[in-house]
Design a protein around this ligand. Structure first.
Ligand code: C5P
Length: 232
């Protein structure tokens, strides 16, 4: 399935993201488009970034009844994105419907990964708000296994969980991990972070890196540093 650095383009509008990508010249990083940019700029921004030669992870985290997710995934697949995601909490039936919707007539489809539990959910909110009494790491691994059983390709998780996900679901089950910082970066609002080199050791397949690149004085140099630390 490959390994790569995905740049989280958390910008508010098309102009900002295109100005940012212009800095990369002929380099074409794998780009993550999240809800903010997609809802603000619409599907056109996906087409435009794709036409510039970038791979795209469309991070919209679908969660609805199976039929709605299936039809929505078909729309995303037609946008020719390379990776998209959903909430495993939507159940195995929803995830299977998502794969059906994503699969193109020629049998190809984008990589589909699941969000298990959001990293903003902790043990206390799991028990109090969701009435789930099991330990959160057990819940995360169970959701990952269900995603695998439904035919998904992997999960979004913390780099700290990547090793365990591979032990539970196999080495080919993809781990996409945000929460990456250089040792000399400020951590910002991320709580549990790893450097690209540590994420590589833990077995992350894709690291998602936002502000260490987007807010760097020299974003291209920061991206190159990420690639070198993670891939070499
Ligand atoms: O700027 P930073 O490197 O923290 O960006 C990380 C990206 O990954 C953001 O787009 C954030 O929304 C996303 N993300 C995350 N933690 C998760 C899931 C997604 O940081 N558990």
């Amino acid at each position: 399935m490959g390994r790569d650095v995905i740049v989280a383009c958390d910008f508010a509008n098309a102009e900002q993201v295109l100005n940012f990508l212009d800095k990369f010249g002929t380099k074409k990083p794998f780009i993550k488009i999240g809800m903010e940019l997609f809802y603000g700029a619409g599907p056109q921004i996906v087409k435009e970034i794709k036409a510039r030669g970038h791979k795209i992870f469309l991070d919209l985290k679908l969660h609805d009844i199976p039929n709605t997710v299936k039809k929505s995934m078909a729309v995303l697949s037609n946008l020719d994105v390379d990776m998209c995601n959903l909430h495993a909490a939507g159940t195995k039936a929803m995830m299977e419907a998502a794969i059906e919707g994503l699969t193109r007539p020629d049998g190809t489809r984008p990589i589909l990964i699941a969000v298990t539990q959001l990293t903003s959910t902790d043990q206390e909110s799991l028990e109090r708000d969701l009435l789930i009494k099991e330990p959160i790491d057990k819940v995360v691994m169970h959701y990952a296994s269900t995603a695998k059983a439904a035919g998904l390709d992997g999960v979004v998780c913390s780099p700290l969980e990547a090793k365990k996900v591979h032990e539970t679901c196999g080495k080919d089950f993809v781990t996409v991990t945000p929460g990456v910082r250089f040792a000399d970066n400020s951590v910002g609002d991320q709580k549990r972070v790893m450097t690209p080199a540590q994420a590589k050791i833990e077995g992350s397949d894709y690291i998602v890196v936002g502000r260490p690149i987007t807010a760097a004085e020299d974003p291209v140099a920061a991206y190159d540093r990420c690639l070198a630390d993670f891939l070499d």
